[in-house]
Design a protein around this ligand. Structure first.
Ligand SMILES: Cc1ncc(COP(=O)(O)O)c(C=O)c1O
Length: 340
């Protein structure tokens, strides 16, 4: 049995999801004629209390489109040093939008209104790029799946409003956060100018992310999606998977979180583990001590049937997901104990 803990993106569609996909009504979405894509976009927009939505191939694209539409070249954006949009999107913000990036050290990917205020450039001095956008990530992937205190986000929104900055949410795993906090998508919709959510992570769809915002914002986003080559034709088959995922796979995220907690209990007592980050959702990150390198550890695990990834030197990440079962969980203690 191969146990894949690299990411929650590795899941395969369930039988129910595949059946829904097969039965989807489709059309050419570039002509705005795919009823299933339209239904998904409207469903998500309504859930978040936004005017409109746009179905895109990936979370990278929804983030990149948001940055592009909110900014002009030579503007500056504020984000965490750990943000996906900065670390893992291939330098897309520089390439697509020509913006500079002000990084905040923060706390595992989270920061405060004070941090934002300290990093807004003065507008009356030509030396400085104009600060235009703040982007936050919830949950924070590189921070170990931690989620934000909504009060901090409200304070950041107030700071953004005061200084005329836009606020974008990389909500690739927002539903994981909401399952824990009990907050609603609508509360999040009210706080952000744009929201990106991923269907292909914890929700288990094979492809797809949604960008949500005002009608005008989404019209510009639609134009930008086209120029980036992301406008798809009979995308309704994929949108059907997204609708199925939203209807069936949100509440079950709790199971992934419980399994992550159980993995944490196993990991923290391992003699080769120096530190375990607090586990809040479906991501487990731990630091190996100097007795073994990440590369050797990952190789040893792979030989025993577990695959995982390194997040930084000596930092290993396990992510629980729809295809990670209790049967797999039961096998872990033995393998982890004897890995080295
Ligand atoms: C926080 C976060 N944002 C955005 C993305 C990008 O999503 P995609 O892989 O669909 O481009 C990811 C992917 O793992 C992510 O973890």
């Amino acid at each position: 049995m191969r146990i894949d803990l690299r990411s929650d993106t590795v899941t395969r569609p369930t039988t129910g999801m595949l059946e829904t996909m097969l039965n989807a009504k489709v059309g050419d979405d570039v002509f705005n004629e795919d009823p299933t894509v339209i239904a998904l976009e409207e469903k998500a927009a309504k859930l978040f209390g936004k005017q409109a939505g746009l179905f895109c191939p990936s979370g990278t694209m929804t983030n990149q489109i948001a940055v592009k539409v909110h900014t002009n070249p030579a503007n500056e954006i504020i984000c965490s040093r750990l943000a996906h949009v900065y670390n893992y999107e291939g330098g897309g913000m520089a390439f697509n939008s020509g913006v500079s990036i002000r990084m905040i050290e923060g706390n595992r990917g989270r920061f405060t209104a004070k941090d934002v205020l300290e990093n807004i450039n003065p507008t009356d001095d030509v030396h400085f790029p104009l600060t235009k956008l703040v982007t936050i990530e919830n949950t924070c992937n590189k921070g170990g799946g931690c989620y934000w205190d909504i009060k901090d986000i409200k304070d950041i929104k107030e700071a953004c409003d005061k200084y005329g900055l836009r606020l974008h949410l990389d909500g690739a795993r927002l539903f994981n956060a909401l399952e824990e906090t009990g907050e609603t998508p609508e509360e999040y919709g009210q706080l952000f100018d744009s929201v990106s959510i991923c269907l292909s992570k914890g929700l288990g769809a094979p492809v797809g992310s949604l960008l949500l915002g005002t009608k005008d914002f989404i019209w510009e986003a639609r134009r930008t999606r086209k120029l980036l080559g992301g406008a798809m034709r009979q995308a309704g088959y994929l949108a059907a998977a997204g609708i199925y995922a939203m209807d069936n796979h949100i509440e079950r995220l709790k199971e992934d979180h419980q399994r992550a907690q159980q993995i944490g209990e196993m990991v923290e007592v391992l003699p080769y583990v120096e530190e375990l980050l607090p586990i809040e959702t479906n991501i487990v990150i731990f630091r190996l001590n100097d007795s073994i390198s990440s590369a050797d550890y990952l190789k040893a695990l792979e030989e025993k049937g577990i695959i995982a990834v390194q997040m930084a030197p000596q930092l290993i990440r396990f992510v629980t997901h729809l295809d990670f079962t209790d049967e797999m969980l039961e096998k872990l203690p033995e393998i982890l104990k004897n890995a080295i």
